[in-house]
Ligand binder design. Structure first.
Ligand SMILES: Nc1nc2c(c(=O)[nH]1)N[C@H]1C(S)=C(S)[C@@H](COP(=O)(O)OP(=O)(O)OC[C@H]3O[C@@H](n4cnc5c(=O)[nH]c(N)nc54)[C@H](O)[C@@H]3O)O[C@H]1N2
Ligand SMILES: Nc1nc2c(c(=O)[nH]1)N[C@H]1C(S)=C(S)[C@@H](COP(=O)(O)OP(=O)(O)OC[C@H]3O[C@@H](n4cnc5c(=O)[nH]c(N)nc54)[C@H](O)[C@@H]3O)O[C@H]1N2
Ligand SMILES: [Mo]
Length: 756
């Protein structure tokens, strides 16, 4: 990547809509770049009843699918998987691991698909080919010699299917550990913790159909134009029929302003875009808890005068804790709400009136809320706000945490969790004749700390890019390097594979778009979308290499090498995935009754959601108003609040390209978006080269250099930069209260002119 930065070339104001011809042309560009000839027939099968699920985001497919049901970023995901580029042995022969460590995420991604298992050779510092059998034996031996099963961790990234994830947790629990750190620890964990306490289930309560009825939709801390582009067409439909769309985001995300649906011919031809947000507010980073408390305060005040605002019957029959909420909110002054949220009382009251006038309200949110210190409480205040007017558990209304990875929610449902519940373990033990451990396992942050202190000796990764997705990049890489063995099941090469243990394996697997044939024939897998709909997914493309194995087959290979018991059962599960689904049904009968039959229905089936049915599995047996005093976020003078966000050309740590079209950034990722007044007071010019330094409690020096400052419409005191380049700045210990999610959206930093 060139280090030259020319403001006029690298930054251009983008004032077009999201979607439109730009999206179409970017889609063709990526297909061309990847020479992904397989991708076009694959796209026709994507998100279709007999096709495969988009490996991009978890936004659901509509019941009535159109001929094409994909977006620009879905095309990028599928082009990346169906690329014709391959990593051959000569690649590893010509590069030592040490030399690859200085390659960028983008350059590694550009090498294409991995096509055979590789083992690290300490003597030469090269990865060299290994047979599948030898790889499995190595894993089996290493797992068997552990003094304690808790010396192993099993990481999962949310692309993994229900079938593979279920076997993955079975492998870990048969060994005897609950160490299942998961990408959701860094993602929607705060939503899970908050919702479980408040409404008795850690998932959203709405369906796609509810968006057709709502008259107000909140979009808070989310950038769907890039990360859930298919959500924009749903918002567009809602806006067209007069639904209010209220957005809270520190920056003006183009997709939340204007959109042209690339699959609507008339809009494309006439260039008529639709407005998405009817109201757009730019709070300060981390200001959402204050603004939600402000909204609640204004709604309670309206009730005082108008008496018909609250849904009294619902509150009486279905909720607990309103008195405490009223008391707590009464103590918070408007002046504090204003200074903490960065929004005026007038604006907050304006939204509160809209809310009071609306009969059916949905609240959507994503990482802008979950990756904050007070994320759990903030999300509980969304619930509080909705409960006041009975907006949970009825058509057109509810909570909608918009999930990230395409099966991150399903992985959790089938047992990927460090805190499994007793009934799950009891059923699992009965089905497989094992004794699962009952202690809690390590989450992602604890897993890093445990590797660092050599408590954990084996890291097993089912997908993902652990070293880049987690905070404190250098420290995490060092922690991984302390392991005796690191194993990565993956489709492509990434930096985590270079942060290897003493022994290390890279095991290449089939992607979701590829044919999976086992002893009983072609297999399907299943996934659960963000709204709890489970459906099947069957790849059609020829695999990138004959030597790939499915994730299921890889887990079975490991299990058969590690354990003497249940050999036949493991093999049978690999031979026919419907048997895995039968086992899932037996372990979770209340959710998966008739699993194999139900997934034959086009569109799949809806999992039971207690809160949507107004059954509250909480401590009080009711939906709970939960509050706490408004914390004052102290960011010392001179320090900025840095949010680490995604560009339009990346999928988490997978970097497809160097542009962020909708934000007007081109050809580089090493930028920091800043407010002009902050730039002026720091004497930093637009385009100036800068060093970003963070300030964490442990006092350790953390900085990243070679960045350029870009003048941007962002509130004073706030700044934005891309993840994963800035993960170096975030201490492993800097986590959200109670969910332990790294606080990736409010990193206190100082920005200095670079001396280079
Ligand atoms: N193409 C593509 N699709 C993806 C992904 C991807 O990387 N690329 N990633 C997937 C995954 S795993 C996930 S979790 C989702 C992520 O989807 P998003 O949550 O949309 O992703 P982020 O880029 O982290 O964006 C967070 C948004 O929150 C805003 N924000 C930051 N701080 C605050 C705050 O304090 N308050 C408010 N109100 N807003 C704030 C930012 O300006 C930004 O618009 O997308 C999924 N889909
Ligand atoms: N600073 C900061 N850090 C963050 C975030 C942030 O907003 N800011 N967001 C966080 C969030 S929301 C998340 S979800 C995590 C993401 O954390 P991860 O899930 O660990 O990371 P990904 O980048 O999604 O993983 C990409 C890798 O998955 C592998 N892969 C792709 N497809 C497949 C497949 O089909 N099978 C297998 N086995 N492997 C596959 C490839 O090797 C690819 O390199 O990052 C978190 N980290
Ligand atoms: Mo995520």
């Amino acid at each position: 990547m060139s280090n030259d930065f020319v403001p006029d070339k690298n930054v251009k104001i983008y004032d077009g809509p999201a979607g439109g011809w730009g999206a179409l042309s970017a889609s063709f560009q990526i297909l061309n770049q990847e020479k992904a000839i397989n991708a076009i027939p694959a796209l026709m099968k994507m998100n279709q009843p007999k096709g495969f699920d988009c490996p991009g985001c978890a936004w659901p497919e509509p019941g009535k699918t159109s001929i094409t049901e994909f977006c620009e970023n879905g095309v990028k995901a599928i082009a990346a998987e169906s690329t014709s580029k391959r990593i051959n042995i000569d690649f590893f022969e010509s590069h030592t691991v040490e030399s690859l460590k200085c390659w960028s995420d983008y350059d590694l991604e550009q090498q294409g698909r991995l096509i055979e298992p590789m083992a690290y050779d300490e003597a030469t510092d090269h990865y060299t080919p290994i047979s599948w059998d030898d790889a499995f034996q190595l894993i089996g031996e290493q797992l068997r010699v552990l003094e304690d099963p808790d010396q192993a961790v099993f990481y999962t990234s949310g692309r993994t299917s229900n079938e593979a994830a279920f076997l993955w947790q079975l492998l870990g629990r048969t060994l005897g550990t609950n160490n299942f750190p998961d990408c959701s620890n860094m993602c929607h964990e705060s939503s899970g913790v908050a919702l479980t306490e408040s409404i008795g289930i850690g998932k959203g309560t709405v369906q796609l159909e509810d968006f057709e009825e709502a008259d107000l939709i909140f979009v808070i801390g989310q950038n769907p134009g890039t990360n859930h582009p298919r959500m924009l067409s749903v918002l567009q439909q809602a806006a067209r029929r007069g639904c209010q769309i209220v957005t809270f985001n520190p920056i003006l995300e183009r997709g939340l302003e204007k959109f042209i649906h690339p699959q609507e011919a008339l809009q494309m031809l006439t260039g008529t875009s639709s407005s998405i947000s009817t109201h757009y507010f730019q709070p300060t980073i981390g200001g959402d808890l204050a603004l939600l408390q402000g909204l609640i305060k204004a709604v309670l005040a309206a009730e005082e005068t108008q008496k018909n605002i609250l849904d009294k019957e619902f509150i009486e029959n279905h909720t607990s804790g309103l008195l405490e909420l009223r008391e707590e909110i009464g103590k918070t002054d408007w002046s504090v709400i204003e200074s903490e949220s960065g929004l005026s009382r007038t604006k907050i009251e304006e939204v509160a009136s809209l809310y009071c006038e609306s009969k059916k309200v949905i609240a959507c949110w994503a990482m802008g809320l979950t990756q904050q210190k007070h994320a759990v409480s903030t999300i509980q205040h969304i619930v509080n706000l909705l409960l006041l007017r009975g907006n949970i558990g009825r058509p057109g209304a509810g909570v909608c945490p918009v999930r990230g990875h395409s099966n991150v929610q399903g992985d959790r449902t089938v047992g990927i969790t460090e805190h499994p519940n007793e009934s799950f373990l009891r059923n699992l033990d009965a089905q497989f004749g094992i004794s699962s451990p009952r202690n809690s396992g390590f989450n992602t942050v604890q897993a890093i700390q445990a590797m660092e202190s050599k408590i954990v000796k084996v890291f097993m990764g089912m997908g993902g890019n652990f070293a880049r997705a987690t905070p404190d990049s250098s420290r995490t890489e060092e922690a991984l390097a302390k392991c005796e063995l690191t194993v990565q099941v993956t489709t492509k090469l990434n930096k985590t594979h270079l942060a290897h243990g003493k022994k290390a394996l890279i095991l290449p697997c089939l992607g979701r778009s590829e044919l999976d044939v086992q002893a009983s024939g072609e297999q399907s897998v299943t996934v659960e979308d963000s709204m709890g709909v489970v459906h099947s997914s069957r790849g059609r493309n020829q695999p990138a290499s004959e030597n790939l194995k499915s994730e299921v087959a890889i887990v079975v290979g490991m299990a058969r090498a590690a354990f003497t018991e249940n050999q036949k059962i493991w093999q049978a599960l690999q031979d026919d995935y419907s048997l895995i689904r039968k086992k899932i049904e037996a372990v979770l009968p209340e959710l998966f009754e008739d699993y194999n039959e139900k997934i034959t229905q086009p569109g799949g089936f809806q999992l039971y959601n207690s809160a949507a049915a107004r059954k509250w599995n909480t401590k009080t047996g009711k939906a709970r108003f939960i509050t706490k005093p408004l914390p004052i976020l102290e960011v010392p003078a001179g320090k900025l609040r840095l949010m680490t966000i995604r560009s339009h050309d990346q999928y988490n740590t997978t970097i497809y390209g160097l542009n962020d079209r909708y934000r007007g950034i081109f050809g580089t990722r090493r930028v920091i978006l800043m407010n002009f007044q902050d730039m002026a007071s720091l004497g930093i010019e637009h385009g100036q080269k800068v060093v970003i330094e963070s300030h964490m409690e442990d006092g350790r020096k953390r900085q990243v250099s070679g960045f350029h400052a870009v003048r941007y419409n962002i509130p004073q005191g706030c700044a934005a930069s891309y993840f994963p380049e800035t993960n170096e700045l975030i201490a492993v210990e800097y986590t959200a209260d109670r969910s332990f999610t790294p606080i990736s959206k409010l990193v206190p930093v100082t920005v200095h002119k670079s001396s280079e």
